[in-house]
Design a protein around this ligand. Structure first.
Ligand SMILES: Cc1cc2nc3c(=O)[nH]c(=O)nc-3n(C[C@H](O)[C@H](O)[C@H](O)COP(=O)(O)OP(=O)(O)OC[C@H]3O[C@@H](n4cnc5c(N)ncnc54)[C@H](O)[C@@H]3O)c2cc1C
Length: 541
């Protein structure tokens, strides 16, 4: 445990992921006394880095890419402070992302839109791509405003009105249609050639979706526009340095960081949240408790059963995890021997045939099978930040987002899944993944000097918010997202328990490093009450 364990504060924040840190910082900056309580001995949640394979190689253990953070509200408020506390980004000006297909075809996206469309064979696709980005660009502020707002509140009126004013009823309807559409269908509707699908369909995995999931029609242009605009920043020296900057900022703001403390109960007084307690300790919260946990944890474990209405508890118990994920960190003694040399300069590559193969791999994983041809997310952070590897060496951050938590078989019929994610299965599947990359980088296997595999089971053990190994805090399919996240019976961030607020990836606007839910709830707590607002307006007259 670090920091003083004062008994009473204004607010207790449970869980020190990006949302917990953002909420604690915002409240403390406004003068609240805040305790941030974290089960682990370190803060950061799914943000960390370490020499996980071989000395001299720094790997981002979990999350790595910060486009959501640098375009989000927490960075807008705390970015200058975090940079003052040592945060430094490395970003790409040129090549951004690429997809390498089974036949070796490489499709490239650059920061520059014109350089990207130059690679599309069909002239009509170049225009359609420019048009899709221009349409999104014209409404980016409103879409961002909607995604960052409490959806069932008057806060959505201004962005909705802005959308209606600039796009008319037809514009609003187009977005509603995009939300109802899958990424694959949207890509087919807009583009004739395969390039845009190959490039952006695999990115749907990073939103917890599959190519055939509804709302992909909204997410594909959001991904493309965000990445062209913000790039793929990574933290110089490793993601752990991001957490270090937050630690110093929280300390400066006077946040009492309590690590090594697992919250087991939210305590109530007269039916309202009054604090938290763990084994042999407790903290009182005078004004609010913010919990960055999953709905099943909140309503099934931390609160007594009578605290919330039965429909909320029942729906929380049925909250669905999304597909599980797995990380493979690889240390290489030399540069990646890509067959296509252009790939050497690309920070993030997908090994995929676009929606064609990614949708099959998603379906296999949903059926409990290890995919035969998984989509491999290949991160080459050292391209942006060479300080992470010894001179002349390379490292791969391989992410698999189509894996079953409890495998029932192998779609390729090769691996024995009967003992679940044991060491043999982890190694066997990592071999398949490495083979898939090596098919486009002959000689890769001979360069491997270190390997670290994190199975879905280990992911879930590390962070209780990764239900069933889901890296995104719960399925982001349409019925459990946006208006219905975390729960249709308790949408938004206020809970049925007075003074208890729900934040984190399980809540709107969902997973990723934006920190938006924590920042938003802190903002709501700091906003003057409606009566107070009216009084201030009247007193100005
Ligand atoms: C492998 C991986 C790669 C990813 N890559 C990216 C990426 O590159 N870019 C991106 O934007 N997003 C990425 N994501 C998603 C992103 O990391 C998460 O959505 C985000 O970090 C979640 O933040 P959070 O605030 O919800 O809290 P989390 O990071 O989930 O942290 C929650 C914290 O709460 C603590 N906690 C939970 N219950 C309790 C309790 N009862 N008592 C005390 N503490 C508790 C946990 O120990 C944990 O530290 C990735 C996720 C994973 C797993």
């Amino acid at each position: 445990m670090t920091g003083p364990a004062a008994d009473t504060v204004d607010a207790v924040v449970v869980g020190a992921g990006i949302n917990g840190m953002a909420a604690a910082a915002r409240l403390a900056k406004a003068g609240w006394s805040v305790a941030l309580v974290e089960a682990h001995e370190r803060i950061g949640g799914f943000i960390d880095s370490a020499e996980r394979t071989t000395p001299g190689y720094v790997h981002d253990t979990w999350s790595s890419w910060h486009p959501l953070f640098v375009t989000g509200p927490a960075y807008a408020e705390f970015g200058p402070d975090l940079h003052r506390h040592g945060l430094e980004y490395a970003n790409s000006d040129g090549l951004l992302t690429a997809t390498v297909s089974r036949d070796g075809t490489v499709t490239l996206a650059h920061r520059d839109v014109e350089a990207t469309v130059a690679g599309f064979a069909e002239p009509a696709d170049r225009d359609a791509y420019r048009a899709a980005l221009a349409r999104f660009g014209a409404h980016a502020a409103q879409i961002g405003g909607l995604l960052g707002a409490e959806l069932r509140s008057r806060d959505v009126l201004a962005p909705l009105w802005g959308l209606a004013r600039t796009g008319g009823r037809a514009g609003l309807e187009t977005y509603a249609r995009d939300v109802a559409t899958s990424g694959r269908a949207w890509l087919r509707a807009h583009f004739r050639g395969p390039e845009v699908d190959r490039l952006w369909a695999p990115w749907l995995l990073h939103a917890g979706l599959a190519p055939d999931s509804a709302s992909g029609g909204l997410m594909v242009p959001i991904f493309a526009a965000t990445l062209h605009a913000a790039g793929l920043p990574v933290v110089v020296g490793g993601a752990g340095n991001f957490v270090g900057a937050w630690e110093r900022l929280l300390d400066e703001l006077g946040v009492r960081v309590n690590t090594g403390r697992r919250v087991e109960r939210i305590t109530l007084r007269d039916g309202a949240a009054a604090g938290v307690a763990g084994e042999g300790w407790s903290l009182a919260a005078e004004r609010a408790v913010l919990a960055s946990v999953t709905p099943p944890a909140l309503y099934g474990e931390l609160l007594p059963p009578a605290a919330a209405p039965a429909p909320v508890r029942d729906e929380a118990a049925r909250f669905r995890p999304g597909r599980a994920a797995m990380q493979v960190h690889v240390a290489l003694s030399g540069p990646v021997p890509w067959r296509d040399p252009a790939l050497a300069a690309v920070p993030l590559i997908h090994v995929s045939d676009g929606s064609a193969s990614t949708a099959i791999a998603c379906a296999e994983a949903e059926a409990g099978l290890l995919p035969r041809s998984p989509t491999v997310v290949v991160g080459q952070q050292h391209v942006l930040d060479p300080s992470r590897v010894p001179p002349g060496a390379a490292a791969l951050w391989l992410q698999l987002q189509e894996v079953p938590f409890a495998p029932v078989g192998d779609a390729a019929g090769e691996l024995d899944t009967s003992r679940g994610w044991d060491a043999a299965l982890a190694t066997g599947y990592a071999e398949r993944v490495l083979d898939r990359v090596a098919a486009h980088a002959p000689g890769l296997r001979e360069l491997v000097v270190g390997l670290d595999v994190i199975t879905p089971r280990e992911l879930a053990e590390y962070n209780p918010n990764a239900l069933a190994g889901d890296p995104y805090g719960g399925s982001a399919e349409l019925d459990q997202n946006f208006l219905w996240r975390p729960l249709a019976a308790s949408p938004g961030h206020a809970t049925p328990v007075p003074r208890l607020w729900h934040i984190g990836a399980s809540t709107h606007p969902g997973p990723g490093l934006g920190g938006a839910s924590g920042h938003l709830v802190a903002g709501r707590l700091l906003a003057p009450a409606r009566g107070e607002r009216l009084r201030r307006v009247l007193s100005r007259r």
